[in-house]
Write a protein that binds this ligand. Structure first.
Ligand code: SF4
Ligand code: SF4
Length: 466
């Protein structure tokens, strides 16, 4: 290539701007299922932070207090293991689900799909159906277009702001947050996150839409590695559909060599990512099944069998249904086993969780002191955290030697969520110490709560033995 030719290629030539996609709304079995899923998930998202439990917000990530409150149970940074296990469950669950059901998550439950769907409902409500929207966008700016566009964006922005506010309501008490927002009295971080999340919702669901799935979503990139020939996919039956072509209803199309596809392009018009499923399985397909619904409607009108586009698997598709899809295969067995092990571990640990933490810090400035009577003394700071929901009375004990004395408070009360730093002195007769460094154990027990017991090991130092 000459220099001149190279210079002639501008960035504009290298990047082809995608045409705007105007997905048509569709009626059908899977569309109803998606609407139901969208309403259910959004209902959970918007309602959850408003729920109360014993007068407090039931679900709250209280970051300044380093607590996560969940229906009366408070989790602390010490409970990080539960979050780790939950993340492993979510990741393995997603692998398992993808291997079995393909991209059903993308088509029905992904936040991008869910919010885009509702933004499209608003768009259709304000600007009309697909044809009207295309016509309006191609037409000149006039009063009607200006009014409809500004109404749509006003509704989108309001909805996005409410979404951003709800998101921050998971981290800051939502009722106070609402009052402060109405009075424009939020803190800088609250403003930042409300506006950031609102902008992300408005931008992703209103403008970027399918571009997020096509170019930004990492899951879309690696999910194909979890697919195998038994994974659920959306497929067009080209044995039955080809040759495609227009025809009149009730005409003897088979005589003309035509298949069942009437080439109406409805499956392309409803596709939120703008692809033609008749070209085969493509990474852009999010398995939303809109093309199945619309094609089934077309088939019904034509008097043909439904299922020209359908959920199937590669194995069924290639063998024309002679071979059946396998649910239990090495991949699913491995994922299911890991999933079950982690789920059982999670529930075992959470049901045996003790809402109490003890941490013992030895006074490093003073190794030990020896009294005239021959007793060796070490000093410690015992840090006790009451992770339960109510005030507790605790008893502190120390073990490890036949004669071991704890001097200082040994019975005390701690409010729910409070930390007590307790200085204590431990004394052991010198003749019992056979080594310089000795193991002892502090135990803490809540009065009247047999199961609320925790222990922490510590070192007790004495003089060197000759
Ligand atoms: S909707 Fe069905 S009949 Fe119409 S073009 Fe698509 S596959 Fe063919
Ligand atoms: S091809 Fe069909 S299932 Fe795939 S994204 Fe498009 S409409 Fe949805």
């Amino acid at each position: 290539m000459t220099n001149k030719e190279t210079n002639d290629i501008s960035y504009r030539d290298l990047y082809v701007s995608p045409d705007k996609i105007y997905p048509r709304q569709v009626n059908g079995h899977f569309a109803r299922l998606r609407i139901l899923t969208v309403l259910l998930l959004l209902g959970c998202y918007y309602v959850t932070p408003w729920l109360l439990w014993n007068g407090d917000q039931a679900v709250l990530f209280d970051l300044p207090a380093r607590q996560f409150r969940y229906f009366g149970v408070t989790f602390w940074p010490q409970d990080f293991i539960y979050l780790t296990l939950l993340l492993i469950i979510a990741a393995v669950g997603l692998f398992l689900f993808t291997t079995i059901a393909g991209r059903l998550w993308c088509g029905y439950a992904c936040p991008q799909t869910v919010w885009t769907e509702t933004f499209l409902w608003i768009e259709e409500f304000v600007e009309g159906n697909r044809n009207k929207r295309i016509k309006m966008d191609k037409g000149p700016w006039n009063f009607n277009k200006l009014t409809r566009k500004s109404t749509k964006h006003f509704l989108w922005v309001s909805y996005a702001l409410f979404t951003g506010y709800t998101f921050v309501g998971y981290f800051s008490p939502i009722r106070e947050l609402g009052l402060n927002l109405l009075q424009f009295n939020l803190g800088p971080w609250e403003w930042f996150w409300v506006l950031f999340y609102s902008l992300a919702t408005y931008g992703n669901a209103g403008w970027l839409r399918e571009q997020v799935c096509l170019h930004m979503c990492p899951y879309a990139r690696f999910q194909s590695s979890m697919f195998d020939k038994d994974t659920l996919i959306i497929s067009y039956d080209d044995n039955r559909g080809e040759s495609r072509g227009k025809r009149k209803k009730n005409s003897d199309y088979q005589l003309k060599g035509l298949g069942d596809c009437i080439d109406c392009n409805q499956c392309v018009h409803v596709c939120p990512t703008g692809i033609d499923i008749r070209d085969g399985l493509q990474y852009e397909c999010i398995a939303c099944a809109a093309c199945i619904d619309v094609c089934d409607n077309v088939m019904e009108k034509m008097g043909y069998d439904k299922g020209l586009i359908k959920y199937t698997t590669e194995v069924e598709e290639k063998t024309l249904g002679n071979e059946k899809t396998l649910f239990f295969r090495p991949r699913t067995i491995i994922y299911t086993s890991i999933f079950l092990v982690v789920v059982v571990a999670f529930f075992y640990l959470i049901s045996n969780r003790i809402p109490l933490d003890i941490n013992v810090l030895r006074d490093r400035n003073n190794l030990y002191t020896e009294s005239f009577s021959g007793e060796i003394e070490n000093t410690y700071t015992v840090k006790i955290l009451n992770m339960s929901q109510k005030k507790q009375t605790y008893v502190l004990r120390v073990e490890g030697f036949n004669t071991i004395k704890l001097e200082g408070e040994s019975e005390f009360e701690i409010e729910s969520g409070e930390i007590l730093m307790l200085p204590v002195r431990i004394k052991i007769p010198g003749e019992q110490l056979t080594r310089r460094s000795n193991d002892i154990q502090f135990t803490i027990q809540a009065s009247g709560e047999e199961a609320y017991k925790a222990a922490s090991a510590a070192k007790f130092l004495g003089p060197k033995k000759k």
